[in-house]
Design a protein around this ligand. Structure first.
Ligand code: HSE
Length: 289
């Protein structure tokens, strides 16, 4: 039996809009069962998640190989849907890898990235889902390139609101143009963020996570809990707090040794949702046979 395992991801990290992301230790797993006359996904995710070829995983696999032989799949997912933790990217990567396994396509990680980014439109979730760790990536609508590096020792204190926020709704509030000054300030903060991570400087990386003017400025009204969490997290010693992907999830990056104490404080905020104390996943897509 073959099992495909893909991690959750958190994109942007503040100023790295559409270009920086990291993998987190929540996983989607797909186990490939027997061949059958039609596709069937066995899962316990509720009626909203299709069990047939309307499911994004199978849709993606069929986009690569339209006459792929149907199989029974067992799907388990710890990644919440429509919360800014890369659930659709993980499904896309799982679907490409499903076609890769069943169709013997022999795809490299680079091939996977090129296919996935065309389906997703931006690389900051699909790239860390493939490579793991901290990823900086670029995509010019022709080719994507990505570099993965280890993230300094840290925990990602993750607030997942009860309410969903669709990426399309959260992208709709973004302006078509940015003032040059805001773009310069933010892209330079993203550069320093990457350099700080490579040097293992969590404190500096965290400060840069709070220097975004590409998207959080505009999305703030959709996610009022961002500033509330950021303020309290700062008082408690967090290094940096940012909107995870298109939201509504918010992540505070904290030193490992203080994580439990800071989480206790953050849990006292009057917010509707749940908190998780997550690790950065050093590895991305994995196949177990
Ligand atoms: N970079 C993307 C965004 C991630 O912020 O819209 C969400 O998919």
């Amino acid at each position: 039996m073959t099992t495909i395992r893909v991690p959750a991801t958190s994109a942007n990290l503040g100023p790295g809009f559409d270009s920086i992301g990291l993998a987190l230790n929540l996983y989607l797993t797909i186990t490939i069962g027997e061949a059958r006359s039609d596709w069937f996904i066995d899962h316990e995710m509720g009626a909203d998640v299709p069990t047939d070829e309307h499911n994004l995983i199978i849709k993606t696999a069929l986009a690569l190989i339209p006459d792929l032989e149907p199989h029974r799949l067992v799907m388990r997912s710890e990644i919440p849907l429509a919360r800014g933790l890369g659930s659709s990217s993980s499904a896309i990567i799982a679907g490409i890898e499903l076609a890769n396994q069943l169709g013997n396509l022999d795809l490299t990680d680079y091939d996977l990235l090129q296919i996935a980014v065309k389906l997703e439109g931006h690389p900051d979730n699909v790239a860390p889902a493939i490579y793991g760790g901290f990823v900086t990536a670029t995509y010019d609508e022709v080719e994507a390139d990505a570099v993965s590096a280890p993230f300094p020792a840290a925990r990602a204190l993750t607030f997942i609101p009860d309410a969903e926020l669709l990426t399309s709704a959260s992208r709709a509030v973004l302006p078509a143009k940015l003032p040059l000054r805001a773009a310069v300030t933010t892209s330079s903060a993203a550069n320093v963020l990457v350099a700080a991570v490579l040097r293992g400087d969590l404190e500096l990386a965290g400060r840069m996570m709070e220097r975004d003017q590409f998207h959080e400025t505009y999305r703030g009204k959709l996610v009022p809990h961002l500033e509330q969490i950021r303020e309290r997290a700062r008082e408690c010693g967090a290094c940096g707090t940012y909107l995870s992907g298109a939201g509504p999830t918010v992540i505070s990056m904290v030193p490992t040794q203080n994580a439990a104490a800071i989480l206790d404080e953050l849990e006292t905020l009057p917010l509707k949702g749940r908190w998780l104390n997550l690790a950065i996943a050093p590895a991305g897509l994995a196949i177990e046979k």
